[in-house]
Ligand binder design. Structure first.
Ligand SMILES: [Zn+2]
Length: 250
């Protein structure tokens, strides 16, 4: 599991790495106590070109992020049966889609889960402010919190894409942080973790089915091989192990 974030302005009141912290926190909750699931450190930079007008934003852009994710997925597939990206920033979606297309065309297992809740505001509004109040209240400048553009994201998206966030919201907020609370943030974190856990359950169930299928197929192949008097798979590994033991004892 690899959390993906961004480093971009989150209005005057939230930290630049809000998306990264949320993705990492949700991933940590979903991974806790799960055997066979490894949690990678979060990727701190994303594609945040739409926030470029605001100081503090650092973006690597869609092309670089796509290449990064493809290379990460190729390497992950050497040691893990699948990579699950936990995305905390909407602007990363195009890079993720491109990387997944490439990795799947190469026969590698790569999946994504986007950290979002239906009906919540888009950026530095009530949802993200509540979650950050739950995660790190000392890092939220509550007195500086102010509403930005509260229109639905779909409505402002064309202008946002063409001219950036500053053009639609001078303070960088898309939504309204009013009413945000740590208690609400804890509830939202629980809902997000439940969503990711469900996605993880589905993925693990698919893999245990696939592994069972491999075992069944392999069992048949091994039976046929032994009937033919051929060594089965694993013989080489056992031979190597014996050689290693002999080398150690010599
Ligand atoms: Zn955010």
């Amino acid at each position: 599991m690899v959390p993906l974030g961004s480093l971009e302005q989150h209005g005057p009141h939230l930290p630049l790495d809000t998306d990264t912290r949320i993705a990492a926190a949700v991933a940590a909750r979903a991974c806790a106590g799960r055997a066979g699931v490894g949690l990678a450190p979060p990727v701190p930079f994303g594609a945040s070109g739409e926030h470029a007008d605001f100081p503090g934003t650092l973006s690597v852009g869609t092309a670089a992020l796509t290449t990064f994710l493809v290379e990460l997925g190729r390497h992950a597939s050497l040691h893990w049966p699948a990579m699950l990206l936990v995305n905390g920033h909407g602007g990363n979606a195009a890079a993720i889609a491109g990387a997944l297309r490439q990795l799947r065309a190469e026969g590698r297992e790569c999946h994504v889960w986007h950290a979002g809740l239906p009906g919540s505001d888009a950026h530095a509004g009530r949802m993200e402010t509540s979650v950050m109040l739950a995660l790190a209240p000392g890092d939220v400048l509550t007195a500086a919190a102010a509403a930005g553009d509260t229109r639905p994201l779909a409505e402002i998206m064309p202008e946002l894409r063409a001219r950036g966030v500053r053009a639609v919201s001078p303070n960088g907020v898309l939504g309204d942080p009013s009413g945000a609370s740590a208690e609400e943030g804890e509830t939202l974190l629980g809902l997000l973790a439940d969503g990711l856990t469900a996605a993880l359950d589905t993925l693990l169930a698919a893999f245990s089915l696939a592994t069972a299928g491999c075992r069944a197929r392999w069992g048949n192949r091994r039976a046929r091989a032994s009937r033919r008097g051929c060594p089965g798979r694993g013989t080489g590994a056992r031979r190597d192990l014996r050689r290693t033991r002999a080398a150690r004892s010599s």
